[in-house]
Design a protein. Sequence first.
Length: 279
Amino acid sequence: AKSSGKNRVVVYAEGMERAAQTKAELITDLDSAVAEGQFAVHYQPTVELSEGVTTGYEALLRWQHPTRGLVPPLEFIPLAEESGAIVEIGRWVLTEATRQAAQWSRQAGRPIDVAVNLSPRQLLDDDVAAAVRAALDASGLPAGQLTLEVTEGVLIDDVEAVVDTLRALRLLGVRIAIDDFGTGYSSLSYLRRLPADVVKIDRSFVQDLGTGGRSTTLVASIIELARSLHLEVVAEGVETEEQHAVLGRLACSHAQGYLFGRPQPAAVQQPAAAVPVPQ
Ligand code: C2E
Ligand code: CA
Ligand code: CA
Ligand code: CA
């Protein structure tokens, strides 16, 4: 028993070593991935529920690694945060997403909004407002059509600095969304502290809508709270007609999810069509 325990430790240590090596390799590869053109932005529609039209898209980053294939964002974004590569990558996403939204807006003859995720490290980079302004200038996208999504993770470091940066970004005219709302330990306190325009209700709440649990009451309360604070609400992760119907009854203004559309390359999305959502 003793020796098998020892072997387990050895196997575990080898596994750890491999993981550490993979991580180190990915961090090195991330450094050149922008220059090598390995990133793509996929776009997922945001739907205005009362009219059933797509008003905009969330930009979601994809990394096509030359040997490992598609690496999911939840795997590489924390590494890019750690190494600092996220600053350059984030700028690329901003440039790409604003350019795409401006092009779609011209083609559709109506404003097509875009939302870009910002990680904590990007917000602490003192040039983020300049990077956002540069992307808006280069694309010609009106600032009001760009939303920047942040999570409560931005509050673990220098809260004052983060709030100052978000204020500066809002002065440019862009909107700030609190992403994954309701999952943090202190959602109400960051609602109080962060200057925000939009709350995105986390998928975990939306998933349980209509199943008879407490989620419907919680989502109703979040929507009510947002309304009284004059914030827009986006329900994330809507997958079923039933969830859609409940959100409609709760007068939720906007939603996203596989029911309306999966994240897809820009070439696959057709914002001009303004297809009504299934009722
Ligand atoms: P997020 O910002 O909360 O994005 C929503 C995630 O839920 C996306 O995963 C999306 O594909 C997925 N999703 C959307 N609708 C549904 C649905 O109906 N059902 C289910 N099961 N999932 C749905 P994805 O694309 O893998 O992105 C994961 C996370 O990676 C994002 O979570 C975001 O935190 C981060 N991320 C993605 N792109 C960027 C980026 O450009 N910059 C930064 N800093 N983070 C990013
Ligand atoms: Ca998001
Ligand atoms: Ca989210
Ligand atoms: Ca999330």
